[in-house]
Design a protein around this ligand. Structure first.
Ligand SMILES: [Zn+2]
Length: 190
């Protein structure tokens, strides 16, 4: 059971952080989620004193602010409909999104990327050609952000290692340490 979120704020290292707080009977501990665009959502057990939530923030202020500043740079995701004609309507937006995410992640790799295309395809999320061209299914924009990012990083890492070798997965893990879980979740989205 959860209460509706309340909007609150806290000052960490001279930065005002606004967040929504949800109280949950089931929560075992505090969880903080930072979304693209910089929205912060906190879930805490019903019984926990507000003071303890603030203590939690202070104890993790460095890592929290780092994530927050990073996420504030990222575009807020737009909900897209999945249907006939949707591809043509959204192609430009999804192409811009893919470019932005590729540039963002490629700061960690520094690969030279060939042509980038976004297509309406049935079976694949993305692919990489021997020439270094990257191709993505436009529907990755309908996925939760971290899954879309996994697909983008996956294809990007093929520029460093073409096969799915151990070295390839090490490259992916460099920026997406939880790639195994995301890969597993992706199988439910076919
Ligand atoms: Zn692959």
């Amino acid at each position: 059971m959860q209460s509706a979120g309340q909007n609150r704020s806290i000052i960490l290292a001279e930065t005002t952080v606004e967040y929504s707080l949800r109280r949950s009977r089931r929560a075992k501990g505090i969880s903080v989620a930072v979304y693209p665009g910089g929205e912060v959502a906190v879930t805490a057990p019903l019984w926990l004193a507000h003071e303890d939530i603030e203590k939690f923030f202070y104890s993790r202020s460095n890592s929290l602010l780092r994530v927050l500043f990073r996420e504030r740079q990222r575009p807020r995701r737009i909900r897209l409909a999945n249907g006939a004609g949707e591809f043509e309507k959204n192609k430009a937006f999804v192409t811009a999104l893919v470019h932005e995410r590729l540039n963002f992640w490629n700061k960690n790799y520094g690969y030279s990327i060939g042509k980038i295309t976004v297509r309406n395809q049935k079976s694949r999320w993305g692919s990489c050609s021997k020439k270094g061209n990257l191709n993505f299914n436009w529907k990755i924009a309908l996925l939760p952000g971290e899954m879309a990012d996994y697909i983008i990083v996956h294809e990007l890492c093929h520029l460093g290692e073409f096969s799915h070798s151990r070295k390839f997965w090490e490259l992916v893990a460099r920026t997406i340490p939880n790639y195994r879980a995301l890969r597993q979740r992706l199988k439910n989205y076919r």
